[in-house]
Design a protein. Sequence first.
Length: 623
Amino acid sequence: MTVSPAPTELKRRSSWLRTVAITLLVLVLFCLALWWQRSVLVELLLQQALKQSALSSPSLSGLSFDSKHAKLTEISFGLATPVGDLTVAMQDVATDYDLEKRTIHNVSIGHAALKLKYRPAAQSASNTAENGPISLPLDRLSIARLEIDIDTPWGLSSFAGQADITHGAADAVEARFQDARQSIHLKIDPGFSAAKLNVQRLPSGSILELNARQLDGPAKQIKLNAGALSLIEWFNSSLLIPQTLRAKTQSYDLSKLSPLLSATQLSASAKTPDNFATLQADVALQRNKQSLVAIDLSMTNKQTIDMNGHLDIAASEAFDLIKPWLPAIAASWTVAGGKVGGNLQMHKLSNQDTSGTAHLTITDLALTAGAAKIENGNIGLNIPELADRTVDLTVEVPTLGLGKDLIAHNLSVKAIYLDQELTLSQAKLALFGGTMELMPDKIRLEQTPILLTLRLHEVDLSQLLTSLHYPNISGTGSIAGELPLQLSAGTIDVQDGSLSGTQPGVLRYVGPADNQNIAFKALRNLVYQHLQAKVNYRPNGEYHLGLRLEGSNPEVLSGHPLAFNLNISGQLPELLQKGILAGDLERTILEQAIAKPADVEKSPKPPSGDQQPKPPPADRRNQ
């Protein structure tokens, strides 16, 4: 027997079904609304989560995602790092992922701007922590436009280009950064065990290659190889180098160094067995596999540093290297031969001055500087103790050409330099059959004018007159004296120099003259017993010579004593550069002798008999 439900029961059941259906419909609509606005809700949740993190001023917008992809229009934040404050701003960020495997495949960024205010003081604190292994939590990161600005104490370091970072097998990471001028390729092995950095010039050409090994252990090794010229040019032009450091090299003309450095290779290596508590490093410059410069450095306990350096290079190449830093006057100098060698030994303890020695030698130097020419010269610079900063200077030049047909011999210089003061103990050379020397003195190089005294010993008058290139004047004898010198800004000033004859001699003038003039008759063969001269020379090349001669001519006035007082003036525009005297000495003597023949003294006619003439009571001088 079948019993039908009561009408009331039917109504109650129908009402419940309707309620369930409405509830399900509302839930479905609510879920659809949540799904539709999922990006907004997740964006809000992410923004709140970022605010609770270590990031400062986080902001993001334009989030959209599905089960495999996500996009973000903008995101920016700040972060305090161990080396300074970092700000990051990124646009057009897109990624794809696998939710089941919980992996991110690719991240692409349209534009990323990173700015770091570098604080070197904080670096030491960060170095105390051990570096953990580097792991990239995605397969690939690409940035179409990457801008990096690092504000350092040495100026701004920046990069503007594109970047591509990939995560290879076993956590290996490769990164490539490229701008209009350079391509930087960085490869990091799994576990940060090794790294390789390669910098290429675009469109082609290697700049440097840096290899680091065993980075995951206490024993580390680093090696650098680079072309010397390519590295200098990159350092000079790359915006990655801070402005202040880059400006120091931009002022130098590298074109003069190009032929010398183009074939020169720089290599450097460093190794440590105990995380840089101790260090051994080598630096070398080589050309055609021959060492030019080699430096060995060792450090123990982070406090003791020992350095040994060796230099072996042709003098011409060394001169070409330093020529851009020499005064402009050195631009025309040429070095035809010679060898430069040197060594350095340095020892430094923490909180103590550096100690050690340094020595530089230039041997067999052949140098031409204007009219001056050095042959077989030897120069030595010796620092007995680096802490004292005292430099011993020695110069030995067997042959020194000072101009046409003017040759000096045995130039010898000994001096000590310390704190802008040069203590001259010896500076002499053999010239004109005698010697010339600068008197020992202390010279403050920053003070002008520099005062020196040039002393002449037994200079042969015959050779001196020959060097003046006046064929109508010759003589014999020797002179000595002192010339006070004032040196400033490449000029020379001589005031009241004094020269005198050290032994009698003969002065002969064979040029055209009035043979009836007693002065010229006497000068044809003047045997002098006394010679004195006052010498003045001005920086503009003007000179004045006050000359007094006392003697006689056996063929004039029966050999009666005569006295000449000659004032000779002229111009010596390039006295030191050419090593010769310019001026019209012949004309000066001729004019004075003709204009004032009375300046030549004569005694009264000798009396008859054997009585000899008496000398005149007084000389009348040419004023």
